[in-house]
Design a protein around this ligand. Sequence first.
Ligand SMILES: NC(=O)c1ccc[n+]([C@@H]2O[C@H](COP(=O)([O-])OP(=O)(O)OC[C@H]3O[C@@H](n4cnc5c(N)ncnc54)[C@H](OP(=O)(O)O)[C@@H]3O)[C@@H](O)[C@H]2O)c1
Length: 258
Amino acid sequence: MDAILQGQVAVITGASGGLGEHFAKVLAEQGAAVALAARRLEKVEAIAGELAGQGHRAMALRLDVADAASIAPAFDEIEAALGPISILINNAGVGGAGMALDMTVEHFDETFAVNVRGPYFAAQAAAKLMLASGVADRGEGRIVNIASVAAQTNLPGLSAYCASKASVVMMTRVMAREWARRGISVNALGPGYILTDINAEWFETEGGAAQLKRFPRRRLMQNSDLDAALLMLAGPAASAITGQLFIIDDGQTLPGGG
Ligand SMILES: NC(=O)c1ccc[n+]([C@@H]2O[C@H](COP(=O)([O-])OP(=O)(O)OC[C@H]3O[C@@H](n4cnc5c(N)ncnc54)[C@H](OP(=O)(O)O)[C@@H]3O)[C@@H](O)[C@H]2O)c1
């Protein structure tokens, strides 16, 4: 199969590990030039170096999405280096764990600053550039917001996280509507549980082990389980798909026992 993202430029936030690193590699393999952004510069530099060594166009930059004012300048830097941004993967996120009775204002605000405000203003910055550069005129603008099953499932101990991911879904729908005739498709991808730094500690606890046993297939997902949906939403197939949430969860949230 031909590389479906040849000529595209993708920004992946939170690309220093976990899902973001994987997404960057999948998009690069499909021909996109990739900009890997995260707070840990040495990590994104190493991954971008690995991709460049394989012949891909890749760059790394330091970006803290909680610092909303720094997002647009970072995206300008990416365009100057790689060309017009056509794909944004809004992936950076934090777990925001804590029972509602114990939640502090600081922890709640930090969760929303990274999981909601960051992606909101990253989408705004990317869309402005897509509109200015001609990417949107060609109908090639793609924004993929990484939500979660938590957007639709009540998960005790994760009230702030669940609320943040539900916000991501609604922001997806409204931005998709606002930009529906402007050549930018905005969608959300809602993964089930995949073992990464965000949940590694949890799955070592008794509660985590018990949760895993309740999943119909008794397993966590693999990063690669998201590839088909990611490429659908980041690529040409999404020209007629916008404002939707795609849950890819290996059946983890199917109700019922057995
Ligand atoms: N793993 C799962 O089961 C699962 C399921 C559903 C949804 N998700 C979502 O998938 C996304 C990726 O999570 P993950 O599982 O890959 O977790 P992870 O391994 O902990 O990765 C999180 C990434 O976000 C980055 N990040 C955190 N705060 C940031 C900030 N302020 N600015 C920029 N980058 C920041 C981290 O990089 P730095 O620390 O270097 O900044 C890291 O690269 C998140 O949005 C998460 O909610 C994960």
